[in-house]
Design a protein. Structure first.
Lengths: 157, 290
């Protein structure tokens, strides 16, 4: 069945993007397959594991359960936005605290942390667990991830 | 998995949304936050002809006070409700319960209207609407009507909503009761196995004039446990009264087996959570919380 394509215009990592998409295209498939931004990962495709977390107008969302057409006019931030000559402070904190093993969940944790820092809250570790509960990690046991996020949120730069 | 193909419509107003629903004659779904609908589309458990996106409808996400009520627009996101100073001051039970819904990403997107229309029997928002005696404002092609939360839910994922109806607002009356909430879930952030909310109006030194208990996860729909509530009203929540209320809740419940728990386990948990939530309510009263 041929589907009517719908035009979408949005901003991805600061760059304007214009594409025609099938209505059923998920935002994560749009980012990965149409834009080639494969730093956003796919896990469960049902909104449970959080691997596909990106920022929608600065807030974390699961891009497997948002349609690409819904992002029309929005500003999307993926892990690729943190690319640079030097490590982003969040990346540095994860490296220093050894906050990753296989790395599959790391983009989601880092983006969630970036949004938390934007909110500018001083968050105790117990509450931090709550804020990070939407991203699963099957390797680390979370302790080093929590330490990394704490370090990043407390850093001056 | 990927969804089956569907037509995508974008409604600019509630009038337009219900007109579109009417046109598709029951084969279209409203897309609000999408945190329940899109997983169902992805798993192809739902294959509607059309999805009608209501996210662009203006002025439908407000939280405001009006004449003894807190009025919450259907598109208000869980995070907005969680962080709303009005909800915090007037409806602390709602502030508390909303934190049990999903996780931060889900709360960024999920909406109060979508949650009520979806009517998951374990859903926290449905339980809050029942416990807080909310009124659900529904728009149809012929006008709007108000439905009491206790008349709204009929069964699992089943409400009194007609195919061309859209939830546009939820109204919560102000109250001065002490509130408490407890739920059991197998994993943090998972759908609950059982949940109980309690509201009580203090009377005298240690008495309680009226108590209301609402129960989620224990039946095909969340419900207000009227007999249990009556067993607790005009008592001091003595052990006998609490035990009678727990038994009355089990009597009123129709638990079922599912992937998260057996019916027997739900029936076992229910009186335990009734006791816990009432203990919490008493503790909060002595701490001066309302």
């Amino acid at each position: 069945m041929t589907q009517t394509l719908i035009d979408v215009r949005l901003t991805v990592n600061g760059e304007p993007v214009e594409r025609a998409v099938e209505p059923r295209r998920s935002l994560v498939d749009f980012l990965r397959h149409d834009l080639g931004l494969t730093g956003t990962h796919v896990g469960c495709e049902q909104g449970v594991c959080g691997m596909c977390t990106v920022l929608l107008d600065g807030e974390p969302i699961k891009s497997c359960i948002m349609l690409a057409v819904q992002a029309d006019g929005a500003e999307i931030t993926t892990i690729e936005a943190l690319n640079g000559e030097e490590l982003h402070p969040a990346q540095r904190a994860f490296k220093e605290a050894h906050g990753l093993q296989c790395g599959y969940c790391t983009p989601a944790f880092i983006l969630t942390s970036v949004a938390l820092r934007e909110r500018g809250l001083d968050i105790p570790r117990e509450e931090l667990k709550e804020e990070l509960a939407g991203v699963l990690c099957r390797c680390t046991g979370y302790q080093n991830i929590l330490t990394a996020v704490e370090t990043y949120l407390a850093a001056d730069d | 998995m990927k969804p089956a193909p569907f037509a995508y419509e974008r409604a600019a107003s509630a009038d337009e949304a219900v007109a579109m629903l009417d046109r598709y004659q029951g084969d279209a779904r409203l897309l609000a936050g999408g945190q329940s609908l899109v997983p169902l589309l992805n798993m192809r458990l739902m294959q509607p002809e059309a999805v009608i996106d209501v996210n662009r409808i203006p002025d439908l996400d407000g939280v405001r006070e009006d004449n003894g009520h807190v009025r919450i627009g259907a598109l208000a996101r869980y995070s907005a409700i969680e962080w709303s100073p009005i909800v915090g001051a007037r409806l602390p039970l709602l502030s508390e319960i909303v934190r049990y819904i999903g996780d931060r990403q889900v709360r960024t997107r999920g909406t109060i209207g979508g949650s009520l229309a979806h009517a998951d029997p374990t859903g926290e928002m449905a339980l809050a609407a029942l416990a807080l005696d909310a009124t659900i404002v529904v728009q149809s092609p012929t006008g709007t009507r108000e439905i009491a939360a206790r008349d709204f839910f009929l069964g699992p994922y089943f409400t009194v909503l007609e195919p061309a109806d859209m939830v546009v607002e939820v109204r919560f009356p102000h109250h001065t009761m002490v509130t408490a909430f407890a739920e059991h879930a197998r994993r943090h952030g998972d759908f609950c196995v059982i949940s109980v909310a309690a509201l009580g109006e203090p009377d005298g030194d240690a008495g309680w004039k009226t108590v209301r208990l609402a129960v989620g996860g224990a039946s095909h729909r969340p419900f207000v446990a009227d007999e249990a509530s009556a067993a607790l009203s005009n008592t001091a929540l003595e052990p006998d009264a609490v035990e009678a209320a727990g038994a009355a809740c089990v009597e009123a419940a129709e638990p079922s087996d599912d992937i998260r728990a057996s019916a027997d386990y739900r029936a076992h948990l229910l009186p335990i959570y009734v006791r816990r939530v009432l203990d919490q309510m008493k503790a909060r009263r002595s701490q001066g919380a309302t």
